[in-house]
Design a protein around this ligand. Structure first.
Ligand code: E4P
Length: 272
């Protein structure tokens, strides 16, 4: 499984690439806002174009998702092309993130604009990461429309399921891949019992029919969920830096380090 870093923060991105564990980057408007706010709060001037170009150079031969902010097909396509033309020449590694469905509510008329934008940009050779996927059927349609990447949001599914049954939780708390029961009833969202279940069903459909799209397990919040994404066959997991850090930790590793360090013989250290 490839690991992308889910961040627009250049310090975090540099860290993950420095460790040799990052195979790509995903950004979104909220991650970009967080990075911009941090830069400005630290008293640094921000030239966003240069900043994004620095991210692309850091990622060198690995893909970087930049998201559109428009919500109608025509404008998403126009903005997607503009972003691609502006930034792809830097390191030839840009893909355009398009929401599978940019509507805000059922009454809106933009339900099909996302899939149209995925289709048109993909047909023009611009790689698309189809985002905000919450059902396997959205993933199927995104694959048919030609999306290079498809991003099911596992953590947000878990949040929704936990909230719907009144569970108290922290965002980073583990939620079982097999789901939970309350009063003898499985907590589910139209047959999806957990975020990892969503990832797993998306992977199964993509593999079963030989689509070329890659599933990015997104919105992952803890190491065990990342492990389960790998076991579910996700092609990629996009992870915040903190989750990558947490994946390295184990109390028995600390204990082992203490014991080995206590046993060091000075002759070994002084070997010439
Ligand atoms: C995916 O590409 C998104 O940027 C991201 O994983 C969303 O994660 P969140 O639900 O933690 O905001």
């Amino acid at each position: 499984m490839k690991i992308f870093i889910d961040s627009a923060d250049l310090d975090e991105i540099n860290q993950a690439y420095g460790w040799g564990v990052a195979d790509g980057i995903t950004t979104n408007p909220s991650l970009l806002k967080k990075a911009v706010d941090k830069r400005i709060a630290s008293g640094n001037k921000l030239d966003l174009e240069t900043y994004i170009k620095d991210i692309l150079k850091t990622a060198k031969n690995t893909p970087v998702s930049l998201e559109v902010t428009e919500i109608t097909a025509g404008r998403m396509i126009e903005q997607g092309k503009k972003i691609f033309d502006m930034f792809n020449p830097v390191a030839n590694n840009v893909n355009i993130k398009i929401p599978v469905n940019p509507a805000f509510k059922n009454e809106d008329e933009t339900h099909f604009d996302g899939i149209e934008a995925v289709r048109k940009l993909s047909a023009e050779g611009i790689p698309v990461n189809c985002t905000l996927v919450f059902t396997p059927e959205q993933a199927l349609l995104a694959a048919k429309a030609g999306a290079k990447y498809i991003s099911p949001f596992a953590g947000r599914v878990d949040d929704y399921l936990r909230k719907s049954c009144g569970m108290k939780f922290d965002k980073s708390d583990y939620y079982p891949a097999a789901g939970t029961e309350k009063s003898g009833k499985v907590i589910e969202d139209n047959g999806i019992v957990s975020g990892i279940d969503l990832v797993s069903q998306c992977v199964e459909i993509i593999e079963q029919y030989g689509f070329e799209s890659e599933i990015i397990a997104a919105s992952l919040r803890n190491p065990r969920q990342s492990r389960e994404a790998a076991l579910a066959g996700a092609h990629i997991a996009t992870l915040p830096l903190q989750v990558i850090k947490d994946m390295l930790k184990h109390h028995k590793t600390y204990e082992g380090m203490k014991a080995f360090t206590a046993d060091i013989v000075k002759e070994y250290v002084e070997l010439k």
